[in-house]
Design a binder for this molecule. Structure first.
Ligand SMILES: [Mg+2]
Length: 365
């Protein structure tokens, strides 16, 4: 099999109503990726996810540097292709961020092609582990711009759908307000529902130590991204001192950075995101590394779950997956949660094939 064409795309899918966390305001989800066509008639789709900022830089990296290098290549040589692109001309300015997100799109499209060509969903092609369903937790009721009333009514609606775990955003300028909101949500959802909180890097070590300790009483599954993601030492301190496990990974871009976090005991839930660590190829290595330390993997869904549902289903130490349903309608086989569990895809591929109508409707030229 040979690749005969490869070209980038940018889609901006509206988010209604717009949401915020402590860093981002999002009106659209950016689905920036690559469509790769082979001489055997199989087309692969891969993409990364953004808050619709910087997509043109990712697309330029794909079109100028990665797509031309793919022509004539065999998609089944994915690891060789990954090495060639990772250590090619973009290495000087790359190794994280834009280049790794562009490489993620390419790598995912290649795994999509491989699993399509053997007529298997990606989770089976990788070797299945959870054949029926995987546990989901819902992030879509806990945004920072929600009033306390809306927070509680959205959380209640989510629980009625069958979810048994929810996440909410914190990181407001006044941490007492965060505390009140978490307290109100815990009271509303009851003691049996799993609750996580996400700081989106807003705290320093002093704030994190003080408020992390105060929030322990709400029996949280984890405390997510409390600090700057480059600050491994202070995350280690929190992991040692707090009775709430530390979760992070959405801003950790490669296996070496994960190794440093894991080796130093600075992360307890590994949230490795396939759209940030340059694709399935590197994601599997990070998951293996976490397994060797007996750490659970719970990916951040920069892909909104389409690809990660396959990865979690194929990975023994991956125990749960985030759910945010903003872009599912654009895919031929949308990621689907029923009674709090992802129902595993059955179509061949990585669930990345986009319905032509939406491919045109949301396309940014
Ligand atoms: Mg997060």
């Amino acid at each position: 099999m040979k690749i005969i064409s490869a070209e980038s795309f940018i889609l901006h899918v509206p988010i209604t109503p717009p949401i915020t966390d402590a860093i981002n305001v999002a009106t659209h989800w950016g689905v920036t990726g690559i469509r790769i066509v082979t001489d055997e008639g199989i087309t692969g789709y891969g993409y990364t996810g953004t808050c619709a900022n910087g997509d043109e830089m990712i697309a330029q990296t794909i079109d100028r540097y990665y797509a031309p290098a793919l022509i004539g290549k065999d998609p089944f040589m994915v690891k060789q292709i990954w090495d060639e692109l990772r250590f090619g001309p973009m290495h000087w300015i790359g190794r994280a961020g834009i280049t790794h997100m562009a490489l993620a799109a390419v790598d995912i499209a290649l795994w999509d092609i491989m699993s399509k060509s053997v007529n298997k969903p990606l989770w089976q092609y990788l070797g299945g582990h959870k054949p029926d369903k995987i546990k989901a937790y819902n992030t879509n009721g806990g945004w920072l711009n929600w009033s306390k009333e809306r927070l509680i009514s959205d959380m209640s609606a989510i629980l009625e759908e069958g979810f048994t775990a929810v996440k909410m955003k914190v990181g407001l300028p006044d941490s007492r307000e965060d505390f009140d909101r978490v307290k109100a949500v815990r009271k509303a959802i009851g003691d049996d529902i799993g609750l996580m909180i996400d700081v989106n890097q807003q705290w320093n070590i002093t704030t994190a130590m003080t408020w992390g300790k105060k929030l322990e009483q709400f029996d949280l599954i984890w405390l997510e991204e409390p600090l700057n993601p480059d600050d491994i030492g202070n995350h280690r301190k929190l992991a040692d001192e707090l009775n709430v496990p530390i979760a992070l990974g959405e801003h950790v871009y490669n296996k070496y950075a994960f190794r440093d976090y894991i080796e130093r005991g600075a992360v307890e839930y590994v949230q490795v995101d396939v759209t940030r660590v340059a694709g399935v190829t590197e994601w599997l290595q990070v998951a293996g590394l976490a397994a060797a330390y007996d750490l659970p993997v719970c990916p951040h869904v920069g892909d909104m779950g389409q690809i990660h549902q396959h990865l979690v289903a194929a990975t023994p130490n991956a125990i749960m997956l985030e759910y945010i349903p903003w872009i599912r309608h654009i895919f031929e086989e949308p990621a689907t949660v029923k009674d709090g569990f992802y129902v595993l895809p059955q179509q061949p591929g990585a669930s990345t094939t986009i319905i032509p109508r939406y491919f045109e409707e949301y396309r940014v030229k």
